[in-house]
Design a protein around this ligand. Sequence first.
Ligand code: FAD
Length: 464
Amino acid sequence: MSRDVDLFVIGAGSGGVRAARIASNYGAKVMIAEEYRVGGTCVIRGCVPKKLLVYASRFADEFEDAAGFGWTMPHPTFDWATLIANKDREIARLEAAYAANLERAKVEIVRARAVIADPNTIKLVASGDTVRAKHILIATGGTPSMGKDIDGHDHVISSNEAFHLTELPKRILIQGGGYIAVEFAGIFNGLGSDVTLVYRGDNILRGFDEDVRNHLRTELEKRGIKIVTKAIVEGVEKVDHGLCAMLSDHENVVVDKVMFATGRRPHVAGLGLEAAGVKLNEKGAIAVDEYSRTSVPHIYAVGDVTDRIALTPVAIREGHAFADTVFGGKPTRVDHRDVPTAVFSEPEVGVIGLTEAEACETLDKVDVYKTSFRPMKATLSGRDTRTFMKLLVDGDSNRVVGCHIVGPDAGEMIQLIGIAVKMRATKADFDATMAVHPTAAEELVTMREKAVSHVRRPAAAAAE
Ligand SMILES: Cc1cc2nc3c(=O)[nH]c(=O)nc-3n(C[C@H](O)[C@H](O)[C@H](O)COP(=O)(O)OP(=O)(O)OC[C@H]3O[C@@H](n4cnc5c(N)ncnc54)[C@H](O)[C@@H]3O)c2cc1C
C-alpha cells in the first residue's frame, strides 16, 4: 500500500509533535510515525518523569526543615513502588493527551518505526507499507551513549531503565558528570540510596561556570554523595551481594545498580539517511542550516538529532519554526543565543549567558558580582546548605551577560532573568528594580559590590 502526504514526520517527540500540529494547522496533510511512545524522550523518559522523581526526593529536606518549624511527625518512610506507579499513571495520561492533540489537529499517527527508503519515500518497517512525502522532517531525538564496551556492560543501566527499576537500589554508582548524572545522583540520594558519582574529568558539569561547578560539588558532597573524579568504570562484575564496579584508580565499589549517564548521541542509526543523501556533521548529527534544512532541500531535521542545543524548548521552537518556514510562508530562524537552562540537582542550578571564563575571553572588561547565603527556609532547622548567585556584567556596556544561580527555585528564577538578559538589560536596570523582600531572588537586584573586575590588557602591554 502506498499513500501520499505533504509532510511525513519521523518521531513524535518534542520537536516532531509541534512541527506536525503546526504544519497541519496550515493545511498540510501530515503523518507522524512513532516507534515507542507518543511524547518522546521529554514526556516518557526525560524531563517530566525526572522532575517527578526530583520532587519525590526533595521531601527529605522538607521533613528536616519542618522539624525546625515545630512540626513533629513519625519517622517518614518512602515506598518506591508507589512513586513509580503514580509516575507511570501520569506519564500515560500525558501520552494520551499528546496523541489526542495530534488527532484534534488532524495529524495521522502511525505507531511504527519509519525509515527513509528514497528521498521521497518512507517505509513503515513493521508492515512494509510505503508513504510518498513531499517533505520529510527527521525528529528522531537522541539515545543514551554508553561509551566503549566494557566487561559486564550488560549489568549497566541508562536513564531509560532508571525510571522503571522494580526497587530503590540501596547503593548506586552513577558514571557521568553532566546534568543527567547529577540529577539522578540527587534523586537517589534524596530517596535514601548510598550514591557514588564517578566522572572522568576533574569536576562535574563541564561547560558550566567554575563557581557553579565548585559550589554544586561541595553541596552534593555535604549531602553525602561520594564524588570520584579523574576515574572511569573499567568493568562491572556480578558478585554475591550486588555488582562490583572496577574503577581506573584501582578502587572497587560494590553497589546494587550501576548507571551510566555518559551523554547522548543523535538517533540516526538505520534511518536510511544514505539512501536519501542526507549528510551528517563531524559530530555524527544531521547537518542542517539555520532553517533546519538538511543537505536534501525538502528534508529537514529538528531537535536532538541535530545536536544544536539538546533541550525540549529548543526542539519545540525548531519544530515550530520549520512549520512556519515550509508551510506558513514565514521563513523563521531560531535564535540559539542566551538560552536559559536549569539542572534539577539538589540544590538546583539555573544559568543563562556567558560563564566568567567565556566573558573574559570575549569582552575587554568584565565585572563580577556574587553572593552566597543560607536559604531562609533552612535557618531554623540549621540544615547545612548555601545558595550561590553570580552576575557577569560587560564593563563597557554595563549589560548583564551572564547569570548563574545554585539554590532552591533556581530554575524558576532563571526563566524570568532570561527575559531581562534577552532584552539586553544592564546592571543599572537590575539595580533600578525594587527588591521583593524577603526572597532569595532579591539578591539579584541588590548586589552592589563587585567581587572582581577583569580588564583585558592591551596586546602591546601583554607582550611586554
Ligand atoms: C533523563 C533526561 C532528562 C532530561 N531533562 C530535560 C529537562 O529537564 N529539560 C529539558 O529541556 N530537556 C531535558 N531533556 C532533553 C529532552 O528530553 C530532549 O532535548 C527532547 O526530548 C528532544 O526532543 P526531540 O523532538 O529532538 O526528540 P525526542 O523527544 O527524543 O523524540 C524523538 C522520538 O522519535 C522516536 N523515533 C526515533 N527513531 C524513530 C523511527 N525511525 N521511527 C519512528 N519513531 C522514531 C523516538 O522513539 C522518540 O519518541 C532530558 C533528557 C533526558 C534523557
